[in-house]
Design a protein around this ligand. Structure first.
Ligand SMILES: [Fe+2]
Length: 104
């Protein structure tokens, strides 16, 4: 799995394993993604403000056979509607606080 920050590919599986950027699974009100499965859609929300200095750069939906990456800008809402492809994990990256994830 890869994670994008801005327009650059910054984290690979190996880097995650090596803890170059730790994935935080502990619940955090402002960072842990929440999700809802509605029919064939997966609705993901992050309860985080968005400003040029501090924002959610990406949301990643990882499922059994792959992953979908959505990159966000500071003026976007930190929400996304994915096509539901089975349970997996949802990750988000905050430019100041790192990666937070939840297992579905
Ligand atoms: Fe943050």
């Amino acid at each position: 799995m890869y994670f994008y920050e801005g327009k650059e590919l910054v984290v690979s599986d190996k880097e995650l394993k090596d803890n170059a950027l730790k994935v935080n699974y502990e619940f955090n009100e402002k960072h842990t993604p929440s999700f809802e499965i509605v029919g064939d859609k997966l609705l993901v929300k992050v309860n985080h403000g968005m400003s040029e200095e501090h924002y959610i750069t990406a949301i990643v939906y990882k499922y059994e056979n792959g992953y979908d990456v959505v990159r966000l800008n500071a003026n976007d809402e930190p929400n996304w509607e994915f096509e539901y492809k089975g349970n997996g994990e949802i990750f988000e990256h905050c430019n100041l606080h790192g990666i937070f994830a939840i297992k579905m």
